[in-house]
Ligand binder design. Sequence first.
Ligand SMILES: C[S@@+](CC[C@H](N)C(=O)[O-])C[C@H]1O[C@@H](n2cnc3c(N)ncnc32)[C@H](O)[C@@H]1O
Length: 467
Amino acid sequence: MLTGGREIELYIDNYNHSGEGVGRCRDMAVFVPFAAPGEKVRARVTETRKNYARAEMLEIIEPAGFRTAPRCRTFGKCGGCRLQHIDYPEQLSAKRELVRQSLSRIGGFGDISVEPVIGMADPWHYRNKVHFQAEDRDGRLVLGFYEEGSHRLAETAGTGDSPLPLHCRCLLVDRDLNALAGLIEEMLNRYGVRAYNRLTGRGMVRHVLLRKASGTGEMMAVLATGPGDWPAEKDFAAELAKAFPGVKSVLRHVNPEPGNRVPGGGTLLLKGSETIEDIMEGLRFSLSAESFYQVNSVQTVTLYNKALEFAGLSGGETVVDAYSGVGTIALFFARKAGKVLGLEIVARAVADALANAALNGLANVEFHQGAVEKLLPRLVRRERRPDVLVLDPPRRGCHIRVLETIAETGVPRVVYVSCDPGTLARDLRRLAEWGYAVRKVQPVDMFPQTHHVESIVLMTKSGLKGK
Ligand SMILES: C[S@@+](CC[C@H](N)C(=O)[O-])C[C@H]1O[C@@H](n2cnc3c(N)ncnc32)[C@H](O)[C@@H]1O
Protein backbone atom coordinates (compact mmCIF):
# COMPACT_ATOMS: atom_id res chain seq x y z
CA MET A 1 0.00 0.00 0.00
CA LEU A 2 1.41 3.37 -0.98
CA THR A 3 0.96 6.05 1.63
CA GLY A 4 1.31 9.81 1.44
CA GLY A 5 4.77 11.15 2.27
CA ARG A 6 6.56 7.96 1.25
CA GLU A 7 9.65 8.24 -0.94
CA ILE A 8 9.84 5.86 -3.89
CA GLU A 9 12.06 5.22 -6.90
CA LEU A 10 10.34 4.39 -10.16
CA TYR A 11 10.77 4.08 -13.91
CA ILE A 12 8.51 6.26 -15.99
CA ASP A 13 7.07 4.49 -19.02
CA ASN A 14 4.25 6.71 -20.33
CA TYR A 15 2.45 10.06 -20.16
CA ASN A 16 -1.06 10.50 -18.81
CA HIS A 17 -3.61 12.80 -20.50
CA SER A 18 -2.27 15.80 -18.52
CA GLY A 19 1.29 15.28 -19.75
CA GLU A 20 2.49 13.86 -16.41
CA GLY A 21 4.93 10.94 -16.34
CA VAL A 22 3.41 7.58 -15.38
CA GLY A 23 5.32 4.86 -13.54
CA ARG A 24 4.24 1.82 -11.57
CA CYS A 25 4.87 0.99 -7.93
CA ARG A 26 3.35 -2.15 -6.36
CA ASP A 27 0.93 -2.50 -9.27
CA MET A 28 -0.30 1.03 -8.74
CA ALA A 29 -0.01 3.69 -11.46
CA VAL A 30 1.87 6.69 -10.08
CA PHE A 31 1.61 10.08 -11.82
CA VAL A 32 4.69 12.27 -11.51
CA PRO A 33 4.41 15.79 -12.92
CA PHE A 34 7.42 16.87 -15.03
CA ALA A 35 8.83 13.34 -15.28
CA ALA A 36 9.14 11.75 -18.73
CA PRO A 37 9.12 8.23 -20.20
CA GLY A 38 12.51 6.49 -20.09
CA GLU A 39 13.49 8.25 -16.86
CA LYS A 40 14.22 6.81 -13.45
CA VAL A 41 13.17 9.22 -10.71
CA ARG A 42 12.96 9.51 -6.94
CA ALA A 43 9.62 10.96 -5.86
CA ARG A 44 7.51 11.58 -2.78
CA VAL A 45 3.88 10.35 -2.76
CA THR A 46 1.51 13.29 -2.32
CA GLU A 47 -1.89 11.70 -2.96
CA THR A 48 -3.29 8.18 -3.07
CA ARG A 49 -6.54 7.12 -4.70
CA LYS A 50 -8.15 3.76 -5.32
CA ASN A 51 -6.53 3.22 -8.73
CA TYR A 52 -3.60 5.59 -8.82
CA ALA A 53 -1.25 7.74 -6.78
CA ARG A 54 0.44 11.06 -7.44
CA ALA A 55 3.98 11.95 -6.43
CA GLU A 56 6.24 14.98 -6.61
CA MET A 57 9.61 14.52 -8.20
CA LEU A 58 12.59 14.90 -5.87
CA GLU A 59 15.43 13.77 -8.15
CA ILE A 60 15.94 12.60 -11.71
CA ILE A 61 18.22 9.61 -11.31
CA GLU A 62 18.41 8.80 -15.05
CA PRO A 63 17.23 11.61 -17.36
CA ALA A 64 15.73 10.98 -20.81
CA GLY A 65 17.82 12.10 -23.81
CA PHE A 66 15.09 14.53 -24.91
CA ARG A 67 14.92 16.28 -21.51
CA THR A 68 15.71 19.96 -21.93
CA ALA A 69 16.06 22.99 -19.64
CA PRO A 70 12.71 24.84 -19.38
CA ARG A 71 13.05 28.35 -20.82
CA CYS A 72 10.61 30.05 -18.46
CA ARG A 73 11.44 30.73 -14.83
CA THR A 74 7.88 30.14 -13.68
CA PHE A 75 7.60 26.80 -15.47
CA GLY A 76 6.02 24.39 -12.99
CA LYS A 77 4.45 27.22 -10.98
CA CYS A 78 2.03 29.14 -13.18
CA GLY A 79 0.33 26.04 -14.61
CA GLY A 80 0.14 27.33 -18.18
CA CYS A 81 2.85 25.06 -19.61
CA ARG A 82 3.32 21.40 -18.75
CA LEU A 83 5.89 20.21 -21.29
CA GLN A 84 8.72 22.73 -21.41
CA HIS A 85 11.03 20.11 -19.85
CA ILE A 86 10.95 17.96 -23.00
CA ASP A 87 12.17 19.03 -26.45
CA TYR A 88 9.70 19.92 -29.19
CA PRO A 89 10.04 16.76 -31.33
CA GLU A 90 9.27 14.69 -28.21
CA GLN A 91 6.28 16.91 -27.38
CA LEU A 92 4.88 16.15 -30.83
CA SER A 93 5.40 12.41 -30.55
CA ALA A 94 3.92 12.41 -27.03
CA LYS A 95 0.78 14.14 -28.33
CA ARG A 96 0.45 11.72 -31.24
CA GLU A 97 0.68 8.83 -28.79
CA LEU A 98 -1.87 10.50 -26.48
CA VAL A 99 -4.40 10.70 -29.32
CA ARG A 100 -3.64 7.11 -30.40
CA GLN A 101 -4.06 5.77 -26.87
CA SER A 102 -7.36 7.63 -26.33
CA LEU A 103 -8.81 6.30 -29.57
CA SER A 104 -7.62 2.84 -28.75
CA ARG A 105 -8.63 2.66 -25.05
CA ILE A 106 -11.72 4.88 -24.91
CA GLY A 107 -12.78 4.56 -28.55
CA GLY A 108 -12.09 0.84 -28.90
CA PHE A 109 -10.33 1.42 -32.23
CA GLY A 110 -7.49 -1.06 -31.54
CA ASP A 111 -4.29 -0.27 -33.36
CA ILE A 112 -5.58 2.81 -35.16
CA SER A 113 -3.25 4.81 -37.39
CA VAL A 114 -2.71 8.44 -36.35
CA GLU A 115 -0.79 10.85 -38.60
CA PRO A 116 2.28 12.60 -37.16
CA VAL A 117 1.27 15.81 -35.33
CA ILE A 118 1.64 18.94 -37.45
CA GLY A 119 3.90 21.14 -35.32
CA MET A 120 5.06 24.75 -35.52
CA ALA A 121 8.34 25.98 -37.02
CA ASP A 122 8.63 28.31 -34.00
CA PRO A 123 6.66 26.92 -31.03
CA TRP A 124 6.90 30.09 -28.87
CA HIS A 125 4.99 33.39 -28.61
CA TYR A 126 2.03 32.01 -30.58
CA ARG A 127 -0.92 33.13 -28.40
CA ASN A 128 -3.02 35.97 -29.85
CA LYS A 129 -5.08 36.33 -26.65
CA VAL A 130 -4.11 36.48 -22.99
CA HIS A 131 -5.55 37.29 -19.55
CA PHE A 132 -3.12 38.91 -17.12
CA GLN A 133 -4.32 38.91 -13.51
CA ALA A 134 -3.71 42.02 -11.39
CA GLU A 135 -2.35 42.01 -7.85
CA ASP A 136 -0.91 44.64 -5.51
CA ARG A 137 2.54 43.78 -4.34
CA ASP A 138 4.76 46.05 -2.20
CA GLY A 139 2.56 49.05 -2.99
CA ARG A 140 2.61 48.48 -6.76
CA LEU A 141 0.08 46.92 -9.10
CA VAL A 142 1.60 43.98 -10.97
CA LEU A 143 0.21 41.90 -13.83
CA GLY A 144 0.94 38.21 -14.19
CA PHE A 145 -0.45 34.69 -13.97
CA TYR A 146 -1.82 32.87 -10.97
CA GLU A 147 0.10 30.00 -9.47
CA GLU A 148 -1.68 26.80 -10.33
CA GLY A 149 -4.72 26.28 -8.09
CA SER A 150 -4.35 29.61 -6.29
CA HIS A 151 -5.31 33.28 -6.50
CA ARG A 152 -1.71 34.42 -6.00
CA LEU A 153 0.50 35.53 -8.84
CA ALA A 154 3.45 33.28 -9.65
CA GLU A 155 6.63 35.05 -8.50
CA THR A 156 8.20 35.96 -11.79
CA ALA A 157 7.73 34.94 -15.39
CA GLY A 158 9.69 34.87 -18.59
CA THR A 159 13.37 34.97 -19.26
CA GLY A 160 15.93 36.82 -21.37
CA ASP A 161 16.92 40.46 -21.21
CA SER A 162 13.64 42.11 -22.15
CA PRO A 163 13.01 45.48 -20.44
CA LEU A 164 9.49 44.29 -19.49
CA PRO A 165 8.64 43.57 -15.87
CA LEU A 166 9.39 39.90 -15.29
CA HIS A 167 5.79 38.88 -14.72
CA CYS A 168 4.72 40.24 -18.15
CA ARG A 169 6.95 38.07 -20.29
CA CYS A 170 5.04 34.93 -21.09
CA LEU A 171 6.87 32.83 -23.65
CA LEU A 172 3.62 31.61 -25.18
CA VAL A 173 2.16 35.08 -25.68
CA ASP A 174 2.62 37.22 -28.79
CA ARG A 175 5.54 39.61 -28.20
CA ASP A 176 3.45 42.72 -28.91
CA LEU A 177 0.90 41.63 -26.29
CA ASN A 178 3.69 41.09 -23.73
CA ALA A 179 5.02 44.58 -24.48
CA LEU A 180 1.50 46.03 -24.26
CA ALA A 181 1.02 44.37 -20.85
CA GLY A 182 4.29 45.92 -19.66
CA LEU A 183 3.14 49.36 -20.77
CA ILE A 184 -0.31 48.95 -19.19
CA GLU A 185 1.27 47.92 -15.90
CA GLU A 186 3.59 50.93 -15.93
CA MET A 187 0.73 53.30 -16.83
CA LEU A 188 -1.70 51.92 -14.24
CA ASN A 189 0.91 52.57 -11.55
CA ARG A 190 1.58 56.07 -12.90
CA TYR A 191 -2.17 56.79 -12.84
CA GLY A 192 -2.29 55.56 -9.24
CA VAL A 193 -4.63 52.64 -10.03
CA ARG A 194 -4.62 49.65 -7.66
CA ALA A 195 -5.59 46.02 -8.15
CA TYR A 196 -9.11 45.07 -7.09
CA ASN A 197 -9.16 43.20 -3.81
CA ARG A 198 -11.96 40.65 -3.94
CA LEU A 199 -12.05 40.30 -0.15
CA THR A 200 -12.34 44.00 0.73
CA GLY A 201 -13.98 45.17 -2.52
CA ARG A 202 -11.39 47.99 -2.71
CA GLY A 203 -9.14 48.83 -5.65
CA MET A 204 -9.88 48.79 -9.35
CA VAL A 205 -8.31 46.35 -11.84
CA ARG A 206 -9.17 42.64 -11.67
CA HIS A 207 -7.47 41.47 -14.83
CA VAL A 208 -6.49 42.67 -18.26
CA LEU A 209 -7.55 40.85 -21.43
CA LEU A 210 -5.41 41.49 -24.49
CA ARG A 211 -6.14 40.27 -27.99
CA LYS A 212 -4.28 40.73 -31.27
CA ALA A 213 -5.53 40.13 -34.79
CA SER A 214 -2.36 38.57 -36.18
CA GLY A 215 -3.24 39.20 -39.82
CA THR A 216 -3.66 42.97 -39.41
CA GLY A 217 -1.72 43.73 -36.20
CA GLU A 218 -4.79 45.37 -34.61
CA MET A 219 -4.97 45.01 -30.82
CA MET A 220 -7.66 45.24 -28.16
CA ALA A 221 -7.21 45.86 -24.43
CA VAL A 222 -10.03 45.16 -21.97
CA LEU A 223 -9.53 46.31 -18.38
CA ALA A 224 -11.80 44.22 -16.18
CA THR A 225 -12.49 46.24 -13.04
CA GLY A 226 -14.57 46.53 -9.92
CA PRO A 227 -17.41 49.08 -9.79
CA GLY A 228 -15.48 52.11 -8.47
CA ASP A 229 -15.32 55.49 -10.26
CA TRP A 230 -12.28 56.06 -12.39
CA PRO A 231 -12.36 59.68 -13.55
CA ALA A 232 -9.17 59.33 -15.62
CA GLU A 233 -10.29 56.23 -17.54
CA LYS A 234 -10.64 58.00 -20.90
CA ASP A 235 -7.31 59.83 -20.51
CA PHE A 236 -5.68 56.51 -19.71
CA ALA A 237 -7.19 54.87 -22.81
CA ALA A 238 -6.25 57.78 -25.08
CA GLU A 239 -2.66 57.75 -23.86
CA LEU A 240 -2.45 53.97 -24.27
CA ALA A 241 -3.74 54.04 -27.86
CA LYS A 242 -1.35 56.86 -28.73
CA ALA A 243 1.68 55.19 -27.16
CA PHE A 244 1.02 51.78 -28.75
CA PRO A 245 -0.06 52.31 -32.38
CA GLY A 246 -1.62 48.86 -33.01
CA VAL A 247 -4.15 49.41 -30.20
CA LYS A 248 -7.52 50.07 -31.91
CA SER A 249 -9.84 49.28 -29.04
CA VAL A 250 -9.70 50.00 -25.30
CA LEU A 251 -12.64 48.80 -23.23
CA ARG A 252 -13.50 48.70 -19.56
CA HIS A 253 -15.55 45.78 -18.33
CA VAL A 254 -17.16 46.62 -15.00
CA ASN A 255 -17.99 43.72 -12.73
CA PRO A 256 -19.80 44.97 -9.63
CA GLU A 257 -19.86 41.63 -7.80
CA PRO A 258 -17.34 40.85 -5.06
CA GLY A 259 -16.30 37.38 -6.32
CA ASN A 260 -13.81 36.67 -9.02
CA ARG A 261 -15.76 34.79 -11.64
CA VAL A 262 -19.11 36.48 -11.61
CA PRO A 263 -20.44 37.35 -15.04
CA GLY A 264 -22.58 40.40 -15.63
CA GLY A 265 -21.74 44.05 -15.37
CA GLY A 266 -21.34 46.23 -18.41
CA THR A 267 -18.70 47.09 -20.96
CA LEU A 268 -17.70 50.70 -21.61
CA LEU A 269 -15.88 51.77 -24.75
CA LEU A 270 -13.02 54.03 -23.64
CA LYS A 271 -11.20 54.54 -26.94
CA GLY A 272 -11.44 53.39 -30.57
CA SER A 273 -13.93 50.76 -31.72
CA GLU A 274 -15.67 47.86 -30.00
CA THR A 275 -14.18 45.34 -32.40
CA ILE A 276 -10.87 44.73 -34.14
CA GLU A 277 -10.46 43.17 -37.56
CA ASP A 278 -8.36 40.20 -38.59
CA ILE A 279 -7.50 38.79 -42.01
CA MET A 280 -6.98 35.06 -42.44
CA GLU A 281 -6.36 33.47 -45.87
CA GLY A 282 -7.90 36.52 -47.52
CA LEU A 283 -11.03 36.45 -45.31
CA ARG A 284 -11.84 39.33 -42.97
CA PHE A 285 -13.12 38.73 -39.43
CA SER A 286 -14.52 41.24 -36.98
CA LEU A 287 -13.71 40.27 -33.38
CA SER A 288 -15.34 41.48 -30.20
CA ALA A 289 -13.95 40.99 -26.69
CA GLU A 290 -16.16 37.95 -26.03
CA SER A 291 -15.87 36.20 -29.39
CA PHE A 292 -14.44 32.70 -29.40
CA TYR A 293 -11.51 32.82 -31.81
CA GLN A 294 -8.73 30.25 -32.06
CA VAL A 295 -5.71 31.50 -30.06
CA ASN A 296 -2.97 30.24 -32.38
CA SER A 297 -3.36 32.05 -35.70
CA VAL A 298 -0.61 30.16 -37.58
CA GLN A 299 -1.98 26.73 -36.72
CA THR A 300 -5.59 27.76 -37.25
CA VAL A 301 -4.92 28.16 -40.96
CA THR A 302 -3.31 24.70 -41.00
CA LEU A 303 -6.28 23.24 -39.12
CA TYR A 304 -8.94 24.80 -41.33
CA ASN A 305 -7.12 23.83 -44.52
CA LYS A 306 -6.96 20.24 -43.26
CA ALA A 307 -10.69 20.39 -42.54
CA LEU A 308 -11.25 21.57 -46.11
CA GLU A 309 -9.06 18.78 -47.48
CA PHE A 310 -10.97 16.18 -45.43
CA ALA A 311 -14.31 17.59 -46.63
CA GLY A 312 -13.27 16.89 -50.24
CA LEU A 313 -15.57 19.57 -51.66
CA SER A 314 -16.11 19.91 -55.39
CA GLY A 315 -18.28 23.05 -55.38
CA GLY A 316 -21.97 22.16 -55.11
CA GLU A 317 -22.17 20.57 -51.67
CA THR A 318 -24.31 21.58 -48.73
CA VAL A 319 -22.19 21.80 -45.58
CA VAL A 320 -23.30 22.21 -41.96
CA ASP A 321 -20.75 23.85 -39.65
CA ALA A 322 -21.94 22.77 -36.20
CA TYR A 323 -20.58 24.84 -33.27
CA SER A 324 -19.64 27.62 -35.69
CA GLY A 325 -18.43 30.36 -33.30
CA VAL A 326 -17.88 33.60 -35.26
CA GLY A 327 -18.19 31.65 -38.51
CA THR A 328 -14.54 31.07 -39.34
CA ILE A 329 -14.84 27.49 -40.64
CA ALA A 330 -18.15 28.25 -42.36
CA LEU A 331 -16.61 31.13 -44.30
CA PHE A 332 -13.54 29.08 -45.24
CA PHE A 333 -15.90 26.44 -46.61
CA ALA A 334 -18.32 28.88 -48.28
CA ARG A 335 -15.71 29.69 -50.91
CA LYS A 336 -15.58 26.01 -51.94
CA ALA A 337 -19.15 24.75 -51.30
CA GLY A 338 -22.64 25.37 -52.69
CA LYS A 339 -24.15 26.36 -49.36
CA VAL A 340 -23.00 26.44 -45.73
CA LEU A 341 -25.21 26.55 -42.62
CA GLY A 342 -23.56 27.52 -39.33
CA LEU A 343 -25.12 26.51 -35.98
CA GLU A 344 -24.02 28.26 -32.78
CA ILE A 345 -25.51 28.75 -29.33
CA VAL A 346 -24.05 32.16 -28.38
CA ALA A 347 -26.15 35.00 -29.82
CA ARG A 348 -23.25 37.46 -29.95
CA ALA A 349 -21.11 34.96 -31.88
CA VAL A 350 -23.94 34.45 -34.40
CA ALA A 351 -24.21 38.23 -34.84
CA ASP A 352 -20.43 38.37 -35.43
CA ALA A 353 -20.66 35.48 -37.91
CA LEU A 354 -23.41 37.23 -39.89
CA ALA A 355 -21.35 40.44 -39.92
CA ASN A 356 -18.32 38.45 -41.07
CA ALA A 357 -20.27 36.85 -43.93
CA ALA A 358 -21.38 40.33 -45.07
CA LEU A 359 -17.86 41.74 -44.65
CA ASN A 360 -16.62 39.12 -47.10
CA GLY A 361 -19.55 39.37 -49.52
CA LEU A 362 -20.39 35.68 -49.06
CA ALA A 363 -24.09 35.15 -49.75
CA ASN A 364 -24.18 31.33 -49.69
CA VAL A 365 -23.86 31.07 -45.92
CA GLU A 366 -26.51 31.22 -43.19
CA PHE A 367 -26.14 31.18 -39.41
CA HIS A 368 -28.72 29.95 -36.92
CA GLN A 369 -28.68 30.51 -33.20
CA GLY A 370 -29.39 27.66 -30.82
CA ALA A 371 -28.06 24.37 -29.49
CA VAL A 372 -26.81 22.02 -32.18
CA GLU A 373 -28.69 19.14 -30.52
CA LYS A 374 -31.95 21.03 -31.10
CA LEU A 375 -31.20 22.71 -34.44
CA LEU A 376 -29.59 19.85 -36.35
CA PRO A 377 -32.53 17.38 -36.10
CA ARG A 378 -34.94 20.15 -37.23
CA LEU A 379 -32.65 21.23 -40.03
CA VAL A 380 -32.23 17.80 -41.56
CA ARG A 381 -35.99 17.28 -41.42
CA ARG A 382 -36.68 20.64 -43.06
CA GLU A 383 -33.88 20.87 -45.60
CA ARG A 384 -32.04 18.13 -47.42
CA ARG A 385 -29.43 16.09 -45.63
CA PRO A 386 -26.03 17.85 -45.68
CA ASP A 387 -23.25 16.30 -47.77
CA VAL A 388 -20.65 17.23 -45.19
CA LEU A 389 -21.03 17.91 -41.48
CA VAL A 390 -18.26 19.70 -39.62
CA LEU A 391 -18.30 19.26 -35.83
CA ASP A 392 -16.13 21.55 -33.69
CA PRO A 393 -17.68 21.20 -30.22
CA PRO A 394 -16.32 22.50 -26.92
CA ARG A 395 -14.21 20.22 -24.72
CA ARG A 396 -17.20 18.19 -23.50
CA GLY A 397 -17.85 16.89 -27.04
CA CYS A 398 -21.19 16.37 -28.81
CA HIS A 399 -24.60 15.82 -27.27
CA ILE A 400 -25.84 12.27 -27.96
CA ARG A 401 -28.76 13.71 -29.98
CA VAL A 402 -26.28 15.21 -32.46
CA LEU A 403 -24.63 11.83 -33.04
CA GLU A 404 -28.00 10.07 -33.31
CA THR A 405 -29.12 12.58 -35.95
CA ILE A 406 -25.97 11.94 -37.98
CA ALA A 407 -26.57 8.20 -37.86
CA GLU A 408 -30.31 8.45 -38.58
CA THR A 409 -29.83 10.63 -41.64
CA GLY A 410 -26.63 8.99 -42.89
CA VAL A 411 -24.65 12.18 -43.55
CA PRO A 412 -21.96 10.89 -45.96
CA ARG A 413 -18.96 12.76 -44.53
CA VAL A 414 -18.24 13.94 -41.01
CA VAL A 415 -15.21 16.12 -40.23
CA TYR A 416 -14.72 16.24 -36.47
CA VAL A 417 -12.42 18.92 -35.01
CA SER A 418 -11.68 18.32 -31.33
CA CYS A 419 -9.60 19.79 -28.53
CA ASP A 420 -10.14 16.80 -26.23
CA PRO A 421 -8.95 13.34 -27.31
CA GLY A 422 -11.08 11.68 -24.58
CA THR A 423 -14.47 13.04 -25.65
CA LEU A 424 -13.44 12.72 -29.30
CA ALA A 425 -12.80 8.99 -28.77
CA ARG A 426 -16.14 8.57 -26.97
CA ASP A 427 -18.08 10.27 -29.80
CA LEU A 428 -16.24 8.44 -32.59
CA ARG A 429 -16.96 5.15 -30.88
CA ARG A 430 -20.69 5.85 -30.97
CA LEU A 431 -20.57 6.85 -34.63
CA ALA A 432 -18.54 3.74 -35.44
CA GLU A 433 -21.16 1.57 -33.73
CA TRP A 434 -23.77 3.21 -35.98
CA GLY A 435 -21.97 2.53 -39.25
CA TYR A 436 -19.26 5.18 -39.63
CA ALA A 437 -15.61 4.41 -40.34
CA VAL A 438 -12.64 6.51 -39.27
CA ARG A 439 -10.62 7.34 -42.41
CA LYS A 440 -7.98 9.74 -41.16
CA VAL A 441 -6.82 11.16 -37.85
CA GLN A 442 -4.64 14.26 -38.01
CA PRO A 443 -3.47 15.97 -34.79
CA VAL A 444 -2.38 19.61 -35.05
CA ASP A 445 -0.31 21.27 -32.34
CA MET A 446 -2.29 24.39 -31.52
CA PHE A 447 -0.79 24.68 -28.01
CA PRO A 448 2.99 23.98 -27.95
CA GLN A 449 4.59 23.59 -24.48
CA THR A 450 1.21 22.57 -23.02
CA HIS A 451 -0.32 19.09 -22.89
CA HIS A 452 -3.29 20.13 -25.04
CA VAL A 453 -3.72 18.74 -28.52
CA GLU A 454 -6.22 19.43 -31.28
CA SER A 455 -7.25 16.64 -33.65
CA ILE A 456 -9.15 16.52 -36.87
CA VAL A 457 -10.82 13.32 -37.97
CA LEU A 458 -12.53 12.28 -41.18
CA MET A 459 -15.35 9.76 -40.85
CA THR A 460 -17.45 8.46 -43.69
CA LYS A 461 -20.51 6.26 -43.78
CA SER A 462 -19.16 2.71 -44.09
CA GLY A 463 -19.15 1.64 -47.69
CA LEU A 464 -18.23 5.15 -48.86
CA LYS A 465 -14.58 5.81 -49.59
CA GLY A 466 -12.61 8.54 -47.77
CA LYS A 467 -10.44 10.57 -50.07
C1 LIG B 1 -14.43 25.00 -29.98
S1 LIG B 1 -15.48 26.37 -30.35
C2 LIG B 1 -15.41 26.33 -32.11
C3 LIG B 1 -15.73 27.62 -32.80
C4 LIG B 1 -15.36 27.73 -34.27
N1 LIG B 1 -15.64 26.54 -35.01
C5 LIG B 1 -13.89 28.14 -34.42
O1 LIG B 1 -13.08 27.38 -34.97
O2 LIG B 1 -13.56 29.27 -34.02
C6 LIG B 1 -17.02 25.74 -29.89
C7 LIG B 1 -18.19 26.65 -30.13
O3 LIG B 1 -19.38 25.92 -29.81
C8 LIG B 1 -20.32 26.79 -29.18
N2 LIG B 1 -21.24 25.88 -28.44
C9 LIG B 1 -21.07 25.28 -27.25
N3 LIG B 1 -22.09 24.45 -26.98
C10 LIG B 1 -22.95 24.53 -28.02
C11 LIG B 1 -24.18 23.88 -28.34
N4 LIG B 1 -24.75 22.99 -27.53
N5 LIG B 1 -24.78 24.19 -29.51
C12 LIG B 1 -24.21 25.11 -30.35
N6 LIG B 1 -23.04 25.73 -30.11
C13 LIG B 1 -22.41 25.44 -28.97
C14 LIG B 1 -19.45 27.70 -28.35
O4 LIG B 1 -20.13 28.89 -28.06
C15 LIG B 1 -18.24 27.91 -29.28
O5 LIG B 1 -18.44 29.01 -30.13
